[in-house]
Design a protein around this ligand. Structure first.
Ligand SMILES: Cc1cc2nc3c(=O)[nH]c(=O)nc-3n(C[C@H](O)[C@H](O)[C@H](O)COP(=O)(O)O)c2cc1C
Length: 309
């Protein structure tokens, strides 16, 4: 066997083939003293940094913030449809409640089917269902009142603004409740305005005479619990039942008032202000008197009184 044959013998350890001239691997030799051994990539070096290293602390904090914000964003996006469904259901519950149809355990969606929604043109008091405004079709099932109040083509700014709402929508959704024979039972109208800390959103139910209040209910506000939030107290809400909006059977002046004392028109136009919450009460007074005025639902309520609805 020649020397050459011996070097290429199959199965022979490859390392044995290195010659000093070929610089064999020195992995088994200890690292020279003081030299940092780079055994991994960037991550390895990062992990090997001391725990009190400023750059490492900042990087870990930033990384945690990034991961947490990704979780929060993902949760917000994935839960949005559920939130919107719940908000719509909450609104339906309130419409059913203010009309006096709510009982524990009822199927709210089924109860809500009894209501007839319409998009109302505020200025004329006429229904505008299906009308096309600036390319938008006014569908009572999907019309978004809050979005409309901010839409420059569907709303107008208010110079005199007692309810502190900034802009008023030209169109809003109203709900009719009819008796079995098709005659009108009640109209449910959306109202909102500023209290002390927040905008209060609610519905007022008016009887078929277009002048007698059946109920008032807020479904969203941020007034103080125990003070302004007493607008949700059933005993205070009950005060609204049977109160009248206008004098002379509806043809006179708007007289309904939330105040500490009754107005000259008489107690049937008076709802007692909440004690300890005069400012929220004043906000409710302002918003009710705004929405039931000529600039609000009066053109529509006049049609209700005339029996046109
Ligand atoms: C922390 C705090 C929260 C308050 N929240 C309300 C409120 O939600 N609505 C309100 O009208 N007044 C609220 N007030 C009270 C008002 O500052 C004011 O005193 C009250 O409206 C006067 O009502 P009164 O004349 O019936 O006493 C709050 C006061 C404090 C200190």
């Amino acid at each position: 066997m020649s020397d050459n044959d011996r070097e290429n013998k199959p199965g022979q350890d490859a390392e044995a083939q290195f010659t000093p001239e070929m610089n064999p691997p020195d992995r088994d030799l200890p690292a020279p003293e003081g030299e940092v051994v780079k055994t991994g990539g960037f991550l390895r070096r990062f992990l090997d940094m001391p725990a009190d290293n400023t750059a490492k602390t900042v990087a870990v904090a930033l990384g945690l913030c990034l991961v947490a914000s990704m979780f929060v964003s993902a949760a917000a996006v994935s839960l949005r449809p559920l939130q919107e469904r719940n908000a719509a259901l909450d609104k339906q519950v309130n419409i059913v409640q203010v009309a006096g149809l709510y009982e524990d355990g009822i199927d709210v969606a089924e109860a809500f089917d009894a209501f007839e929604p319409h998009v109302l043109e505020m200025a004329t008091g006429e229904f505008a269902d299906g009308a096309e405004i600036e390319g938008q079709v006014l569908d009572p099932l999907t019309f978004d009142d809050r979005a409309a109040a901010e839409d420059l083509t569907l709303s107008a700014p208010l110079d005199d603004d007692p309810a502190s709402i900034g802009r008023q929508a030209n169109y809003v959704t109203v709900y009719l409740l009819r008796n079995e024979d098709g005659s009108l039972d009640k109209v449910i109208l959306p109202v909102y305005g500023y209290g002390l800390w927040s905008t209060l959103y609610g519905f007022i139910a008016i009887e078929e005479d277009g002048n007698t209040i059946y109920g008032l209910q807020f479904y969203e506000h941020a007034e103080t619990p125990g003070l302004g939030a007493e607008v949700d107290n059933p005993r205070w809400k009950a005060l609204w039942n049977e109160k009248l909006l206008r004098t002379d059977g509806g043809d006179g002046e708007l007289a309904i008032t939330v105040a500490k004392t009754a107005p000259p028109a008489g107690p049937e136009y008076h709802v007692d202000a909440l004690s300890g919450a005069t400012l929220t009460s004043r906000g409710v007074d302002n918003l009710i008197r705004f929405w039931l005025s000529e600039r609000g639902f009066e053109p529509f309520l006049e049609r209700v009184r005339e029996g046109e609805i």
